[in-house]
Design a protein around this ligand. Structure first.
Ligand SMILES: Cc1ncc(COP(=O)(O)O)c(C=O)c1O
Length: 384
């Protein structure tokens, strides 16, 4: 009989998309909603792409991605983190972390395998597990713990069917960064029960306090971690659709098998751009991070002054204030704020049940717009 797959049917559409379909029909909306840099891609990166097209580099690349790009990534991971990945066997160029997440799940999961996922988290984590035939096991975190998972929560969630732990620090939507001792304990649990760790480090470069801790650098983690990273956030390259996966050779080979049959290779022009980004755009990246850092302080102070308590995020470009005092649900708050004051933010429950009572505001937008949005939010809250 003609019908859509049950798994696909039963997966709800992304809460962010639903909301932004409404936003797109309205005019003059100030958006703190989207999770992408407001900066255009640095010029040197765009130029490298244009030059590659001028030279006629318009063909498929190796399924793994251009060796030159894999070498550049390998060198960069070694320089930044002291991590060594063989560019020939342990690195795969993907269509963003989005594809990396999908094929990582499909490469390691058998039907019914469980993946432990601390929430609130990025909207695609659970669907990727489901589409791969796995079972997501969400774990709630709370504001009192800085939205950081406690290792004992993970230990309690492990069953005979657990296959992997999915971590995403710095976190979307909370900006939380887990400290080293907690990460080490989580890695110990993964070692004890022989689990994979899938680590989404797309916001690693956007760490404001101290240095980013990359999971595979922790004792015992390297041989069981699939590291996913990309160019979208750090280099303002969301539209280029380019990222990479690094991990044990047999896992990367399995991921490559799926990638080979379904994607073939990441866009060639984006790979040329990524080589330039990784080799020559550190300064531009640091300048953008400095801008986010300034905006972070302004928005956190502004929201706390309004009476929407909000932790200082340590990474990414989101704040996750509580709206519990207003008595409104996350959905009600966001819809009324949008219709009454034309400010778009995302309901916290889009990122998991424990996100109810919170909203996600992105500060990847200009200070001027952040200040205007804060004025409007203050007016809205004072009327409640
Ligand atoms: C935590 C997280 N992971 C992955 C992605 C997807 O990144 P990419 O553009 O590399 O597919 C996003 C995008 O918002 C994200 O926030």
């Amino acid at each position: 009989m003609r019908s859509i797959s049950k798994i696909v049917q039963s997966t709800p559409p992304s809460g962010i998309r639903r909301f932004f379909d409404i936003v797109s029909t309205m005019e003059d909306v100030l958006s703190l909603g989207v999770g992408e840099p407001d900066f255009d891609t640095p010029w040197c990166i765009r130029e490298a792409c244009i030059y590659s097209l001028e030279r006629g580099h318009t063909h498929y690349t190796s399924n793994y991605g251009m060796l030159e790009l894999r070498r550049a990534i390998s060198e960069s991971l070694y320089k930044r983190e002291g991590l060594w990945y063989d560019p020939e066997k342990q690195l795969l160029i993907t269509v963003g972390v989005s594809e990396g997440m999908d094929i990582a799940m499909r490469a390691v999961l058998n039907p019914g395998d469980e993946v432990i996922i601390p929430e609130p988290c990025f909207v695609s984590y659970q669907p990727c597990v489901l589409f791969a035939g796995g079972k997501p096991v969400p774990i709630s975190t709370c504001e009192e713990n800085g939205f950081i998972v406690r290792p004992e929560q993970i230990r309690d969630a492990v069953t005979a069917n657990t296959k992997a732990i999915l971590l995403g620090y710095p976190a979307n939507p909370t900006g939380a960064v887990a400290p080293r001792d907690i990460l080490e304990e989580i890695v110990n649990i993964a070692c004890k029960f022989d689990l994979f760790i899938i680590s989404d480090e797309i916001y690693g470069r956007l760490t404001y306090e101290g240095k980013h801790i990359s999971i595979p650098t922790l004792p015992g983690a390297y041989e069981r971690t699939i590291l996913l990273d990309g160019f979208s956030k750090a280099y303002a390259m969301t539209g280029w659709r380019i990222g990479f996966a690094a991990g044990p050779a047999e896992v990367v080979e399995a991921m490559m098998k799926i990638h080979q049959y379904t994607i073939m290779c990441a866009p060639t022009m984006s790979q040329f751009a990524a080589i330039e980004a990784i080799r020559n755009a550190d300064r531009e990246c640091e300048e953008m991070v400095e801008q986010y850092n300034q905006r972070r302080r302004v928005i956190v102070k502004g929201l706390n002054d309004i009476g929407l308590p909000c932790l200082m995020p340590k990474g990414a470009f989101y704040v996750f204030p509580s709206i519990k005092r207003t008595g409104l649900s996350s959905d009600e708050f966001c819809e009324r704020l949008l219709f009454e004051e034309k400010v778009a933010v995302v309901p916290g429950n889009a990122f998991g049940k424990c996100g109810e009572g919170y909203i996600r505001c992105s500060y990847a937008t200009s200070l001027d717009k952040i200040n205007q949005a804060l004025e409007r939010i203050a007016r809205f809250v004072s009327r409640l």
